[in-house]
Structures are given as C-alpha cells and as structure tokens.
Design a protein around this ligand. Structure first.
Ligand code: NAP
Length: 288
C-alpha cells in the first residue's frame, strides 16, 4: 500500500494525531515515508509530516509543539543538541549524548529521547542475530551517529569499544562515552581483533568519493560489520567485506529500527517493522 493513499491519510479528521520531523532541511527526510506506512498498517488515525525549522529556532518549534498539541517530533540536524537542552525531561541516553532525536509530548511535558543507539542494536540483532555482550567493537567515526552507537555498545556490555577517527579530540570525547570500555586507536591496531566493526563516517555515501572507511583486508573473516550508510545500500566497503566472508549489513536497519522505537514511544503500540522496511526500500529505490 502506498503511504500517500493509505486510509489514515484519506480520513484526516479533527481527532487525527500529528507527529513530525524537524530539521534544516527536513523535506528530504525518509521519516514521513517510514512513519506514515506504520500508521496506515496499524490503522491509526495519525499523520506524520516534515517541518523545515531554521537553525537556531528549535526552541520555538518545541513551543509550537506544546501549543498545537503535536504528540511526537523526530529531530534531525542541526537541532539535536538544542532540543536536548530545551526539553523538560531526558532519557539517560539523551542526557549522556547531549542529543535528542525523539520528543514525546505527554500532556505538555516534553520528554527527549535518543533512539539511534537502541535502533542500531535492534537492527544488528535483526540482521545478524548477534549480541554485543562481551564483544570487541570498533567504531569508525566520532560524530553524532558514532556517539549514539558507542554509547549503546557500552550499555549493552561490549568488552571494548575502540574509536578510530580523523580528529583526535572528537575521538577522545566519543570514546569517553563508553567509560572503562572506551579507547582511541588506529584501525590497524584494533580492527583485526574486532568482533564488530561499524562505519559511522560518510565515506562510501552517494556524493562522496568511494573511499573505504578502513582497509577491508583488516576485518577478520567471521566478524560482523555494519555500514551506517544506506545510500547506496551496498557501499564499496560492504561489497569488499562480503567477498571476505564478513557478515556485512547496511544502515537501513538502524534507520528503520530507530524510527520503530519512536513509533512505539508515541503510540504505545508494537511497530510494524517489516512494513516500515518495505516502505523505506521502495522510497530509496525511487530516489536512485
Ligand atoms: P557527523 O556528525 O558529521 O560525523 C561524521 C564523522 O565522519 C566524523 O567523525 C568525521 O571525522 C568523519 N569523517 C567525515 N568525513 C571524513 C573523511 N573524509 N575522512 C575520514 N573521516 C571523515 O555525521 P553523522 O551524523 O554522525 O553521520 C555519519 C554517517 O552515518 C553518515 O553517512 C550518515 O548518513 C550515517 N547515519 C546513518 C544513520 C542510520 O540510521 N543508518 C543515522 C545517522 C547517520 P572528524 O571528527 O575528523 O570530522
């Protein structure tokens, strides 16, 4: 079913609940596709839209959320830190990261969460069946996505979370999120022993040079690797890893599972993850 012609969209009424993504820009976001497909599949009288909110105006968007009674916001760049500062309450993940990607308006009290890390772990489990408890992990990159993954890996009991990054200062800050398990390293020093390697840089993304985030020959056969990039679905790095019998998956699962966590927080219902995945894949195929 096309989410634009789903029953929920045709039957908008005075009782329809609203959720939205705020970002600058937000109009290219896949979130409306993912969430409207889920609302339709569950027969929920909800609709999800995108609001372009200029940098520096996130607090006004939160005020509008309260005034208009909007139930949920997804938050994307560049507003995640400003929203983390401005919400009424934060989950432990949002507080640790200083970044919010999901706001739940509970009778005018705004709760900020960050579902990226949990979405990453959910996606990893769904794609590979692997747990990270006791695992040696390497995260390539130290930006927003990397930080969420590092925090989640440490919370889930990873034995080691090594951060490999171009800028040493960002690497130090990101590794500190993992506490005793965190360290900064070079790819050569840590990737060959790793059970899990995560690319959280944009290298390999459409529009960037097709450079590897680390030499695929460093990754041990039998290890797992996740490339958080999802455009394209198969990066040159993932293709090279598959040839080495590495269990290699792309970023679509994290994208959909972080949205599923948001859907569940707002609606209290179990998210139809397969429907959300199908809708995302179809929309990505249209964008190629
Ligand atoms: P970000 O905050 O801008 O961080 C980018 C990171 O990549 C930084 O650590 C940066 O290193 C590093 N980097 C950038 N260009 C590089 C280069 N040419 N060589 C080496 N390192 C480089 O970005 P982000 O939001 O974390 O996103 C990172 C990637 O994850 C993007 O591809 C994004 O699409 C993807 N992502 C996926 C999901 C998902 O749900 N699947 C969610 C969020 C993001 P420095 O610190 O040295 O600048």
């Amino acid at each position: 079913m096309d989410e634009r012609t789903a029953p929920g969209m045709a039957g908008i009424s005075g009782a329809t609940r609203l959720a939205a993504v705020i970002g600058d820009p937000a109009r290219h976001s896949l979130s409306p596709t993912i969430h409207n497909a889920a609302f339709a599949a569950c027969g929920l009288d909800w609709v999800y839209v995108a609001f372009d909110v200029p940098r520096g105006r996130a607090v006004e968007a939160l005020d509008a959320m309260r005034t208009l009674g909007i139930t949920g916001f997804s938050v994307t760049m560049p507003h995640k830190a400003a929203v983390a500062d401005a919400v009424d309450e934060r989950t432990p993940e949002a507080a640790a990261l200083g970044a919010v990607n999901c706001v739940h308006n509970i009778d005018g009290v705004l709760l900020g969460d960050n579902t990226d890390g949990a979405g990453f772990l959910d996606g990893l489990a769904a794609d590979t069946g692997r747990s990270v408890d006791g695992a040696r992990c390497v995260v390539l990159g130290a930006g927003g996505a990397a930080r969420a993954v590092i925090d989640a890996l440490a919370r889930a009991g990873a034995a080691e979370v090594a951060v490999v990054n171009r800028s040493a200062e960002a690497a130090d800050r990101a590794a500190a999120l993992a506490g005793m398990a965190g360290r900064v390293a070079s790819a050569e020093a840590v990737v060959p022993q790793a059970d899990l390697v995560v690319n959280a840089t944009p290298l390999g993304m459409r529009g960037h040079a097709p450079t590897f985030p680390c030499d695929p020959r460093l990754v041990a056969p039998g290890a797992a690797a996740v490339d958080l990039v999802y455009e394209p679905l198969e990066t040159p790095w993932l293709a090279a890893l598959r040839r080495r019998e590495v269990t290699a998956t792309n970023g679509i699962s994290m994208l959909v599972h972080q949205a599923a966590r948001q859907f569940e927080r707002w609606t209290g219902q179990h998210a139809p993850v397969e429907v959300m995945l199908d809708a995302t894949r179809r929309r990505l195929a249209e964008r190629v």
